[in-house]
Design a binder for this molecule. Structure first.
Ligand SMILES: C[S@@+](CC[C@H](N)C(=O)[O-])C[C@H]1O[C@@H](n2cnc3c(N)ncnc32)[C@H](O)[C@@H]1O
Length: 255
């Protein structure tokens, strides 16, 4: 099975660098996807992807894994809320925040809700980026199923969501606090001057070299004393190498 050839084809066709992903996990996922659509070889799979638009989208969805929810790991989000309140806001009334690999928008909208609750008068900017255009369109629409808002309190649901027939739509005020943009964490340049970068549940798919490059670039993109918030399985053991100190279990402070 020539997966290296497949990776090169994917890069030419989709501009996605699969070499940056952890190989074992990625290969397992590609093989399982191929068997699901009933093709036996990489060559056949490429032919299918060339001509079938639906399969192309399925492949991209499968590779990009965009499961997300509001306040994912609520107890850790509470920790973030405290850090925003006690560390970031006393130094700066208007925060510049980046939710990197934001998927359906649940993450940047969770942060916008926190800011509306604890610092409603600030002129905050929240940039939310992802590699996947389709998911960004969904994020902009801001419509969510029950399961995606299960960690949102009733009080917040009443304040920040409109109940529609079988989904909940996020309030336009919260929507307007977030700017969505397509961006690839591996290939594209990063903006700078952030008080907070939130990047959760994406670097777990990348190899160690790419992960290190991303953390170095995050560090360069943060202001001094800015915070990096990572996922619940993504502790950074070599954080000192990137000029960070530990602010709490899943939050790092740029020195
Ligand atoms: C599991 S979701 C994480 C969503 C959210 N951060 C959370 O923790 O709930 C992973 C997201 O990473 C995005 N992604 C994958 N590779 C990426 C890359 N190279 N650059 C930017 N985003 C990427 C996917 O499209 C997907 O939406």
């Amino acid at each position: 099975m020539d997966l290296e050839y497949f990776k090169e084809w994917v890069f030419k066709e989709f501009k996605i660098d699969l070499k940056a992903y952890k190989p074992n996990q990625l290969h397992r996922r590609i093989l399982s996807l191929m068997s699901r659509v009933g093709v036996g070889t990489v060559e056949e799979y490429i032919e299918l992807l060339k001509k079938d638009k639906d399969q192309r989208q399925k492949f991209l969805d499968f590779i990009t894994i965009n499961v997300s929810e509001f306040f994912r790991n609520p107890e850790i989000f509470n920790d973030l809320r405290n850090k925003i309140k006690t560390e970031l806001l006393p130094k700066n009334k208007n925060l510049k925040i980046w939710s990197a690999a934001c998927s359906i928008g649940a993450e940047p909208y969770s942060i916008a809700m926190i800011l509306d609750e604890i610092a409603p008068t600030g002129r905050h900017s929240i940039l939310a980026t992802d590699i996947d255009n389709t998911i960004l369109e969904r994020a902009k629409r801001g419509c969510y199923a029950d399961s995606e808002i299960k960690n949102v309190s009733n009080e917040q649901i009443n304040k920040y969501f409109k109940k529609k027939e079988d989904f909940y739509e996020i309030d336009s005020k919260i929507k307007s606090m977030v700017t969505f943009k397509k961006q690839d964490l591996i290939l594209d340049r990063y903006d700078t001057g952030f008080d907070l970068i939130v990047c959760r549940n994406v670097v777990i798919y990348f190899n160690a070299d790419i992960k290190d490059k991303i953390y170095k670039k995050f560090s360069e993109s943060l202001k001094k004393d800015g915070l990096l918030f990572v996922g619940a399985t993504e502790s950074i053991y070599n954080y000192k190498d990137f000029g960070f100190e530990k602010a709490s279990t899943f939050i790092y402070r740029k020195i």
